[in-house]
Design a binder for this molecule. Structure first.
Ligand code: FAD
Length: 386
């Protein structure tokens, strides 16, 4: 639909990361007149810095969060089927422990349960299983000699090209009639005529747009956008953390993504995920306390050194700080009531304040089911209009 100042949309979406784009695609597919306003360029913020793992949900069995397990494995399958050129199966390996939840017997039971759930939900086999230590020594160079109790082999998926996915989502949304504006910075939100009016600046001009429903998908700027409203959003301020991956310009492990826990010299326990990206390797994810403007998130040389030292204590392969060719940084929400620890928000959260719907997104993996949930809420206000 061509945009002019009198246009009233069904849905206006703020933020063109994967959460906002997913919502724009879903909204336009449902037949709603949709506009998306992105202050920069699409998918250049948190969505450009993910580790690119599409989690199949096995890890959520640890907390017996079956809802999340099923949602993730279905989301993974949906992405594999819809975008086979850029989402590929990823074989992952993690050393087992001698005792506890990550030892052989509980992991074997969890694999059995997961394989059943996978078959039940998707009609396809998951084939998670354990490897003996000699299998690990033969097959997984990076873990050779490091898995005396064997390892778990499971299958997640890998997003090969996030920019291409962004392009495909945009293209599909536009084909369904969505209007997508880049360089459109939303500066004010008011309730008007039973809906909303959004002011935004674009190419040094100030404009407005009206919509029946607003979706705030501004990622780490969600609270800033909430504060642009002319009514009181009384949600308490959220805590955030900085998350980062490092990029090493060589292949550390050919065939498998490798997960391994280690305590660094700073005493922090970290889970490293090492994944090949073409001729490079990404290693993530590190977390640091953060409180500030997400656009200015940065890490110090010392923090990179601590991360590299912890990596070196987990693996035989040793890295030097000079091996770090790139760093990907984003800002993620922390769970409330976690004191000083950096406990991330688990499942995404969706808040609906009478048609002002906010998405606190926590994973790339589930952006499609998340968009459907958001649209179910939005459609309550729009039933008679589409
Ligand atoms: C280091 C790291 C590793 C990760 N690894 C994984 C992983 O392996 N697997 C996984 O599933 N997830 C992973 N994640 C999480 C995942 O990347 C995020 O959950 C997801 O990308 C969030 O997307 P989003 O659209 O909510 O936010 P964003 O991508 O940040 O998008 C928000 C957008 O809103 C725009 N915006 C803000 N304010 C305004 C305004 N006033 N007007 C207009 N536009 C505005 C911003 O410019 C931005 O483009 C990782 C995250 C990080 C940081």
């Amino acid at each position: 639909m061509p945009h002019n100042d009198d246009t009233r949309y069904h849905i206006a979406i703020i933020g063109g990361g994967v959460a906002g784009l997913g919502a724009a695609l879903e909204a336009s597919r449902w037949g709603f007149e949709t506009v998306l306003l992105e202050k920069g360029t699409l998918c250049q913020a948190t969505s450009a810095n993910s580790l690119r793992i599409i989690h199949g949900g096995f890890r959520y069995l640890q907390t017996l969060n079956l809802h999340r397990v099923r949602k993730s494995l279905k989301a993974k399958q949906e992405l594999l089927e819809k975008y086979p050129q850029i989402v590929r199966p990823l074989a992952c390996v993690m050393p087992l422990k001698k005792r506890g939840l990550k030892s052989r017997a509980p992991v074997r039971a969890a694999s059995l349960l997961y394989n059943l759930l996978h078959y039940w939900e998707t009609g396809t086999a998951a084939a998670n299983r354990s490897l003996t230590s000699s299998e690990v020594d033969r097959k997984v160079r990076l873990l050779s000699g490091r898995a005396p109790h064997g390892a778990l082999l499971w299958y997640d998926a890998h997003l090969i090209d996030p920019q291409r996915l962004c392009h495909l989502l945009r293209q599909e949304a536009v084909q369904h009639g969505a209007e997508i504006l880049e360089g459109a910075n939303v500066t004010n939100i008011t309730r008007k005529r039973g809906g909303f009016e959004l002011s935004y600046s674009i190419e040094a001009a100030s404009k407005t747009v009206a919509a029946d429903v607003v979706i705030n998908a501004a990622g780490p700027w969600i609270d800033q956008v909430s504060r642009l409203t002319d009514w009181d959003n009384l949600r308490p301020s959220r805590r955030w953390c900085l998350a980062f991956n490092i990029i090493v310009p060589r292949i550390l492990e050919e065939e498998y993504a490798v997960a391994c826990e280690a305590a660094g010299q700073d005493g922090k326990n970290r889970l490293f995920f090492v994944t090949r990206r073409g001729r490079e390797t990404s290693i993530g994810t590190g977390y640091l306390p953060f409180d500030g403007d997400p656009a200015l998130a940065a890490i110090s040389e010392q923090e990179i050194q601590d991360f590299v030292a912890a990596f070196n204590s987990a693996f035989k392969e040793q890295l030097a700080i000079e091996d770090v060719a790139g760093i990907e940084i984003g800002v993620l929400p922390l769970a409330e009531k976690t004191g000083a620890s950096l406990q991330l928000v688990g499942d995404e959260q969706i808040f609906d304040n009478q048609g002002f719907i906010e998405i606190l997104s926590t994973k790339y993996t589930t952006f499609m089911p998340q968009a459907r949930e958001v649209l179910l809420k939005a459609s309550k206000y729009l039933k008679s209009r589409a």
